[in-house]
Structures are given as structure tokens and as C-alpha cells.
Design a protein around this ligand. Structure first.
Ligand code: KG4
Ligand code: ZN
Length: 366
């Protein structure tokens, strides 16, 4: 039984914390009436990573067209919505400010309540989203639950006993899992972002011998990926030296200056196997130790097929349902902010126009 009221009405939600401009209209906290995302991935591919100044300018360029499309898709106007929800942290300050000021202006001009949402809470609440026409209780997360959120900026395990109630079990002490994928992707000369590229390369691996270290960190629920990244760099350098290629990053190199495809596939597989092994083992142990009744997986790295499949297999062996949003809801989007914002709105929360961007906003304490 939950103690937080069920959301009702329509929420317009705005996400701009990193490199996606997302605006959505969410009904009753769960149903996606519209969800429009303008991705900057192609824009940042040339530099091999996000340039904050470029990201903020792109948000400014796209936020109005994204709003127009989100309202058109939902068949609604701003006057029809009951509240405006917006990400206010964590994220890039310049990017956050664009969405935040935009949402504040909409709320003020149309006299709508403003709800501030933590981006990480948004990733968790993606698990409650459903497409129109889906059965009401199909795949609803059940409390208490354990959630693993793995993205380009964050990696953490959290326990939830009820809505909006979080206990941090562990988090990365250095790189986020997605960041490690992106860095190793660069070392292998794969296109940006490295996550999907490594995952595709690993699928082609026929040789499953590459062994990379796992950072277990004792019995803590924390994660560390910097040692793995260093090991990957060393192994890749050795392979490149063996193949008579220069060592160091292979980013931007022509295919014939990269390792042979089968070698890339094998190394991508070994790296991915190490990351997935640690993520799955810690999540399953946390679910068992906290007596969870369901498991939630979210964040951009949850688009990884191997991670999804392995966690699903182990959760099923424990008799626990695993809720993983479809990939477009795992990466940054406005709908997830609407799902969390609607829950906060139903709980009576309201922000005022002094709401400020919090680049390092935490989700929860231990
Ligand atoms: O959640 P997200 O869109 O943005 C952040 O809030 O960070 O996550 C982006 C991250 C990137 O690091 C990207 O490489 C990773 O998610 N990613 C993947 C896959 N698809 C995206 N990592 C591994 N396998 C994938 N299939
Ligand atoms: Zn995110």
C-alpha cells in the first residue's frame, strides 16, 4: 500500500539537463500523451563528447519547436494542463537553466503550478510510464523495490519502500557506467556514443576469451569503473602494438588504422561482460538483502541488451518482476520528468519562481 495519492490530470514536463531537449504531456502520472525529444548526439559526435556551451545553445534553438510538437501530438494547449514540471538538477548548469527558465515562464504566463523534479528521480519514474491503450496494472513496479540507474552521468542503486522515498544503497565512486562505455568506445575507435557501438560490436564476438577485471569493492553496493577503464586501455594498447598500430586513442581513425573487426568485437565483449557482471550481481544481491518485491532498471545504459537479458534472467530465477522501460524512455526524455512531477504534484508539492538550477543535486542519502 502506498501513502502517496495517485496522480490525476495533465502535466507538461520539460527536460534539458544534458544533451536532449525533451518535452512531454503525461496523463494521470503514467500515460504518455506525447513525448518529443530533440537529441544533440549528432551535434556532439564530431567532438567525441558533450561541449556544455554548445549543448545550452542547442537547447535554446530547439525548445520552442519541441514544445509546439509535444502540444500538437497530445492535442492539448498549455491552458489544458494542470501543472508544469521541470528538471532542476543534477546536470549541466547552462543546459538546466534553459529548460528551467522556459518552464518558469510557461507556468507564470499561464498561471500554472510549477513542480521541480530531480533528473535521477525522473529516470526511476520512467518505470511507471505506459503508452496509451496499455492495461492499467500491467508491469507496475511493486514496493519495496530496488532500482539500478545507469547512465552517462550516473550509476547508483537505490531502495524504495514507497513513492518518492529513496534510500541510497550505493553509487559509483569514479566514472559512471555509460562514461566507461564511451571512453572505451573511443579507445577502440568506435563512433560516439560508445555504449551502443560497443554493444553492437560485442554481438559480433565469436571469441569470448577476453577477461577484464571486476571491481567488487568488498560487500559494498558502490561501483568503480576507472580500474576497468585502465585495464581496457592497457589491453587495447597491447593489441594495437601487436598489430603494428600506434597506441593511444583510436578516436577518429580510419577503419584500416583500427584493430581488425574480430579483435574489436572480442575486446568490446570482454569489457561489456565485466560491467554487466558487476551491475547485475550487486543489484540481485541488493534485491535479496532488502526483501524487494520488484526490480527496476533505468538510464541510458539500460538500453544495453546484454544487461537487460542477464538481469531479467536472474530476477526471474528469484521470482521477481523486472521493470525496464523501452529504450527511448531509458535515455533522457521529458516523459520521465512528467511521471515523477505528477507524483510530486499529487503529493502537494509546489515550487515557486525562485527555483534555481542545482547542477549537483543528490537524489538521496544513505
Ligand atoms: O541516460 P542517458 O541518455 O544520459 C545521461 O543522463 O547520461 O545515457 C547516455 C549513456 C551514454 O553513455 C551511452 O553510451 C549509454 O547511455 N548507452 C549505452 C547503450 N545505449 C546508450 N550503453 C551501453 N549499451 C547501450 N546499448
Ligand atoms: Zn539522464
Amino acid at each position: 500500500m502506498t501513502t502517496v495519492a495517485d496522480p490525476a490530470g495533465l502535466v507538461l514536463s520539460v527536460e534539458s539537463s544534458c544533451d536532449e531537449t525533451g518535452i512531454a504531456v503525461i496523463e494521470a502520472g503514467r500515460t504518455i500523451r506525447s513525448n518529443v525529444v530533440a537529441s544533440q548526439t549528432a551535434l556532439h559526435a564530431a567532438s567525441g563528447g558533450i561541449v556544455p556551451e554548445v549543448a545550452a545553445r542547442a537547447h535554446l534553438r530547439w525548445i520552442v519547436p519541441v514544445l509546439d510538437q509535444a502540444l500538437a501530438d497530445a492535442g492539448a494547449s498549455v491552458d489544458d494542463v494542470d501543472a508544469v514540471a521541470v528538471t532542476y538538477g543534477p546536470g549541466l548548469a547552462g543546459s538546466l537553466l534553459v529548460g528551467l527558465n522556459f518552464a518558469k515562464t510557461l507556468a507564470w504566463v499561464h498561471d500554472k503550478p510549477l513542480i521541480g523534479v530531480n533528473h535521477l528521480e525522473g529516470h526511476l519514474y520512467a518505470a511507471w510510464l505506459r503508452d496509451p491503450g496499455t492495461d492499467r496494472d500491467e508491469s507496475e513496479p511493486v514496493f519495496p523495490l530496488v532500482a539500478l540507474i545507469v547512465s552517462g552521468g550516473h550509476t547508483f542503486l537505490v531502495a524504495m519502500s514507497d513513492h518518492l522515498t529513496y534510500r541510497l544503497l550505493g553509487q559509483t565512486v569514479d566514472d559512471a557506467a555509460g562514461e566507461a562505455f564511451d571512453k572505451v568506445g573511443r579507445l577502440l575507435g568506435l563512433p560516439y556514443p560508445g555504449g551502443p557501438a560497443i554493444s553492437r560490436a560485442a554481438e559480433a564476438a565469436t571469441d569470448h576469451d577476453a577477461a577484464f577485471p571486476r571491481a567488487w569493492l568488498g560487500d559494498s553496493y558502490d561501483f568503480s569503473f576507472s580500474g576497468l577503464k585502465t585495464a581496457a586501455r592497457r589491453t587495447i594498447d597491447e593489441a594495437r602494438a601487436e598489430a603494428g598500430l600506434p597506441t593511444g586513442s583510436a578516436a577518429g581513425l580510419e577503419p584500416d588504422a583500427r584493430l581488425p573487426e574480430d579483435r574489436i568485437a572480442e575486446l568490446a565483449w570482454g569489457f561489456q561482460d565485466s560491467v554487466v557482471d558487476v551491475l547485475v550481481s550487486k543489484t540481485i544481491r541488493a534485491a535479496e538483502e532488502t526483501g524487494a518485491r520488484s526490480i527496476v532498471l533505468g538510464g541510458g545504459v539500460a538500453a544495453n541488451g546484454t544487461l537487460r537479458a542477464r538481469l531479467a534472467g536472474e530476477a526471474e530465477a528469484l521470482g521477481l518482476p523486472l521493470i525496464v522501460p523501452r529504450p527511448a524512455l531509458c535515455t533522457d526524455n521529458g516523459a520521465m520528468i512528467g511521471a515523477a512531477g505528477a507524483r510530486r504534484f499529487a503529493a502537494g508539492e509546489r515550487a515557486d519562481l525562485s527555483l534555481d538550477a542545482r547542477p549537483s543535486l543528490p537524489l538521496a542519502r544513505r
